[in-house]
Ligand binder design. Structure first.
Ligand code: HAS
Length: 570
């Protein structure tokens, strides 16, 4: 395989990428610790008060915000700041890149202060009537606006490249990152309106109440495309790097471009599938969003087959015979192409993660699983599967290349994703089985389920929460191994010349892009679809006859003896 192209990176561009990778990894230590507390608490091993000063909802908010919002947003910006200039063979414009990074860091510190001081125990969905300190909302707004600036900073580079390369196909890595940020840009307009127009004035006391269904509709306008903002940087790695790491080439370049265009089309007009139980939204809107949700599953199904074909093709070039020999011949434990293990383990996890998403999308089946522990099972097989592992693998790669340091403990680095895979499958089995038996999600009642005197006594959940806890402990061990590799590499002295380098693959079928070359028609069609899918919903939530809500803050569970006094009579 020919050597990976190395390109020099200006010192201040390297420092920005390293800062945008290192800060979220440090915060991830907190986020993972908060996750361990969740499983120990729900299994009755610790009591809420033992959260070392953290209340249950405070720890859950920290876990969700750090892992699902901060780590992912910083990573997507850092990855784009490194990959887009590399793929275009240009230099990153530094001024606005640093303005973006500083805004994101300031916003993160504001939100972290509010959470750590117990003034924003509102979970990562910050659903009203839960109310947070104004700095939490302001911090979220800064993080998002900072990420917009990062994207806008790449556009002049791309336009100059187009002028200098007339008629050439846009590099696939740039298509992937631009699709990611186009979805993000459209989706975050809604959450910016929710935060700036509805929640911030309410939290500052300028308004006394908030239209809850409207706020939640705006959140889910953003909330589902948020998952593709997480997924598409991983898909960019799958399409542009995995085939080469697997010793082959991308089976079809055109299918990859079609997949990214389909995500631009269908990522956003699906938000009602998070609100099938929402009384304010009409069943007609829910049905339309359900159909469109099955549409947004299609690009992932195309991905499954294209990547499997790419990996099979590569293995057969290396002599694989028979029906399944190509699977066995994958470089699962190669320390040279060590990033392969992060990408393939994530894809294997995503097989079940995606199937559970399709179950969620079914209007009737959703009513069985909604708001049960099935849901965290689903999203630990998606965001904590392909997304987390791809982001961890690439973070390590960016650290090594941009700091000029060979990765230490490479065997341990390769073991991390497989240990995580075992943990997350165990963890999610417990949650999803418990969910099917009615175990709720996001409840701060701890193991009152096991207390015969408790009105929430459900001994049959003990097996499921115990298996979930075992899975969570294995996941924590995997992350301790990852942090060991990451910080041992970060703290070693330089071993090579820093440079940007990505194992970009060639394609077997490298057809002209045709109608996929121009983003504009796809973005316009997406906006038309969004207007069709959301106009009825906006009408629904604005004309609903429900009272607006005053603010509310969740706190620690009442001691068990007080729970018994809860009036649970029908
Ligand atoms: Fe989801 C709720 C439906 C994908 C994350 N989802 C959530 C929540 C999160 C989340 C965080 O319809 C909870 C939000 C909350 O807090 O309430 N989801 C879907 C559907 C998909 C989907 C249809 N979700 C994701 C992804 C996520 C994510 C991706 C994060 C990154 N989800 C829902 C619904 C709900 C929901 C409802 C609301 C439920 C409720 O009631 O609240 C689809 O995009 C899934 C398509 C994916 C596939 C899998 C393709 C398989 C691939 C791997 C192939 C393997 C290979 C390896 C090639 C069809 C690509 C081969 C192996 C070798 C060894 C060779």
């Amino acid at each position: 395989m020919n050597a990976t192209l190395k390109l020099p990176v200006e010192p201040w561009a390297r420092r920005l990428v390293l800062l945008e990778i290192a800060l979220p990894v440090v915060l991830l230590v907190l986020g993972i610790y908060a996750g361990l507390l969740q499983v120990l608490f729900r299994a009755g091993v610790i009591q809420a008060a033992e959260f070392w000063g953290w209340e249950y909802y405070q720890a859950l908010t920290l876990h969700g915000v750090v892992n699902a919002i901060v780590f992912t947003t910083f990573f997507a910006v850092a990855f784009g700041n490194a990959l887009v200039p590399y793929a275009l063979g240009m230099k990153l414009p530094l001024r606005w890149a640093w303005v973006s990074g500083i805004m994101m860091i300031v916003g993160t510190l504001m939100a972290a202060w509010a959470i750590l001081t117990g003034k924003a125990s509102v979970l990562y969905t910050f659903y009203p009537p839960l109310m947070a300190h104004p700095l939490f909302y302001l911090g979220a707004a800064l993080l998002i606006i900072g990420s917009w600036i990062a994207f806008f900073n790449w556009i002049p580079l791309y336009l100059r490249w187009r002028r200098e390369h007339p008629g050439e196909k846009t590099p696939l890595a740039v298509v992937g990152m631009f699709a990611t940020f186009i979805v993000w840009l459209i989706a975050t307009v809604a959450v910016a309106i929710e935060v700036v127009v509805l929640l911030l004035p309410w939290s500052l006391g300028w308004t006394q109440e908030v239209n809850v269904p409207l706020a939640r509709m705006l959140f889910w306008f953003f909330g589902h495309p948020l998952v593709y903002f997480w997924l598409l940087p991983a898909y960019t790695m799958y399409y542009t790097m995995l085939p080469r790491l697997g010793g082959g080439k991308l089976y079809s370049d055109k299918v990859a471009r079609l997949v990214f265009m389909m995500f631009i089309l269908f990522s956003i007009p699906v938000g009602a599938h998070h609100q099938f139980a929402e009384p304010a939204i009409s069943s007609g809107s829910k049905l339309l969003h359900s159909f469109l949700t099955f549409a947004v599953a299609l690009p992932s199904l195309l991905t499954a087959f294209t990547l499997a074909a790419s990996l099979e093709y590569g293995a057969r070039q290396r002599g694989a015979r028979g029906l399944f020999d190509w699977i066995v011949k994958q470089p699962f434990f190669s320390t040279d192409g060590w990033m392969f293990s992060y990408l393939i383990a994530g894809l294997i996890i995503f097989i079940l993660g995606g199937i559970s998403g399709i179950i969620n999308a079914s209007y009737s089946m959703n009513l069985l699983v909604h708001n049960t522990s099935w849901l965290p099972g689903h999203f630990h097989l998606t965001v904590a599967g392909p997304v987390l592992l791809a982001f961890l693998g690439m973070s390590l790669h960016l650290l090594a290349t941009h700091a000029g340091k060979e990765i230490r403990l490479k065997r341990l680095a390769v073991a991390v994703p497989y240990l995580w895979l075992i943990g997350v499958f165990t963890f999610s089995w417990g949650l999803m089985r418990g969910g099917l038996h009615g175990e709720p999600r996001r409840t701060n009642l701890g193991m009152s389920y096991l207390n015969p005197d408790s009105p929430f006594y459900h001994p049959e959940w003990k097996l499921y929460v115990t298996v979930t806890m075992i899975g969570g402990i294995i996941m924590t061990l995997a992350m301790i191994a990852y942090f060991t590799v990451f910080f041992a590499t970060a703290l070693r002295s330089r071993t090579k010349e820093p440079a940007a380098e990505f194992p970009l693959s060639e394609a077997y079928h490298d057809e002209p892009a045709g109608a996929l070359a121009n983003l504009r028609p796809w973005v316009i069609t997406a906006i038309v679809l969004i207007v069709i899918a959301y106009t009825p919903m906006v009408r629904d939530v604005l004309r609903g006859t429900f009272s607006n809500a005053p603010g509310y803050e969740p706190h620690n569970p009442a001691p068990v003896n007080q729970i018994e006094q809860l009036d649970t009579s029908p």
